[in-house]
Design a protein around this ligand. Structure first.
Ligand code: ZN
Ligand code: ZN
Length: 389
């Protein structure tokens, strides 16, 4: 067994205890006060310097090994739970009615805290700077963006690494993937303007409802005719509101929906095309149309150079048989905002033990296998020592 893996297993009880504390005290996005206070206290007790960035925490550990080219590595964990009533029956289940760590962020925090403490004790074995970023509000896909906007720490970062637990990979394995791992997403709102008229005299009106109907159909050509069959994307119109009475022609229409994509070029292509189809379709019916875009989160896209570094580093820790090719996930994760700033890599930590009844994240029954915790800790130790040396 690799010495760092042994070290992590020696601290298994500690990481499990942290995880269960977080699990018993879940806080949802924008409410992570107690969680933040607990982390701050633990970091202080461990003698690790930290500063608040809103409710987020940025801890700093400086390596003491001399180097002519010191690097900065950021390790990130998310902090928020979900508004779900826990039904696992676990002895350490949520003590907060209607809230639950059902996405594994409790494991993420416990692993990063434990790894940080161990790396603080290994300062003489690496150079450069290690930053621990504990970030709120991941489930609203904005906490990462807010933290990065509030503090310029990412401007000097060379690498950023994060982990998400996933039950579709067995405990003991880590899923790696070069390029797109999690989908990005963006919301759109469409406004079509025409002119009201009497329902019996359509020639005096400009029917926005008719233009909107055509737009719903035409938008499907984005995927059917403009997206490479080997690329993956989604464009869904989810609401359509127009008209107010059975004898009045609608003078305006409102539609909204979402796009999902695996990379920036696809995102931009979807935007450009939907803008064009909206404008032109509205025009064809004598109306005007425009699209407003917001709630953007980039796809989690893993850097190719880091893919090589991470595979080599973790292969040396766990053996190549423990490294799996991660699938692509249609969910999003705002870790991508960190990756927009520097070379970034998101790993998938296997926490599945064949218990299908408790395998679905974002459900009241979710139980990730805690056996993954020392493996996650060890992976942080190994990556930190390799990338900072
Ligand atoms: Zn989640
Ligand atoms: Zn999550």
């Amino acid at each position: 067994m690799h010495e760092l893996l042994r070290l992590a297993f020696e601290h298994q009880d500690e990481v499990v205890e942290y995880r269960r504390y977080f699990h018993r005290h879940p806080e949802v996005a924008f409410e992570e006060k107690e969680t933040s206070a607990y982390l701050r206290q633990q970091l202080t007790e461990a003698g690790i310097a930290w500063k608040p960035v809103g409710d987020a925490i940025l801890a700093e550990i400086n390596g003491e090994k001399p180097s002519s080219d010191p690097k900065t590595l950021v390790l990130r964990a998310d902090m928020d739970a979900l508004p779900i009533k826990e039904e696992t029956g676990l002895p350490y289940c949520s003590e907060v009615e209607g809230k639950m760590h059902a996405c594994g962020h409790d494991l993420h925090m416990a692993m990063l805290l434990t790894a940080g403490k161990l790396l603080n004790g290994l300062k003489t074995e690496f150079s450069g700077k290690l930053l621990l970023a504990f970030q709120p509000a991941e489930e609203m896909v904005c906490g990462a963006h807010d933290m990065i906007e509030a503090d310029p720490f990412m401007d000097s970062a060379d690498y950023v690494i994060g982990t998400h637990v996933m039950t579709d990979l067995p405990t003991g394995t880590i899923g790696l993937r070069k390029g797109g791992l999690f989908f990005g997403g963006e919301r759109f709102q469409i406004y079509i303007d025409g002119k009201e008229g009497h329902g019996a005299r359509p020639h005096t009106a400009t029917d926005a409802l008719l233009a909107g109907s055509a737009l719903v159909m035409n938008a499907q050509s984005l995927l059917a005719r403009e997206t490479d069959a080997f690329d993956s994307a989604v464009c869904t119109i989810c609401t359509f509101q127009a008209g107010s009475a059975c004898n009045v022609i609608a003078g305006s229409a409102y539609l909204n929906g979402t796009t999902r994509f695996l990379n920036e070029p696809r995102r931009n292509a979807l935007k450009t095309s939907l803008d064009r189809i909206t404008e032109m379709t509205a025009q064809a019916f004598g109306c005007t149309g425009r699209v407003d875009w917001d709630h953007y989160v980039p796809a989690v896209e893993n850097d190719a150079e880091m893919d090589e570094l991470v595979r080599k580093s973790l292969g040396g820790l766990l053996g190549s048989e423990a490294l799996r090719e991660a699938p692509q996930y249609t969910v999003s994760d705002d870790f991508s905002w960190f990756q927009m700033k520097t070379k970034g890599y998101y790993m998938v930590l296997g926490c599945g033990n064949g218990d299908e009844a408790h395998a679905s994240p974002h459900t009241p029954q979710f139980i990730p296998d805690e056996g993954c915790l020392p493996i996650g800790v060890a992976s942080y130790l190994k990556l930190a020592l390799d990338l900072l040396n």
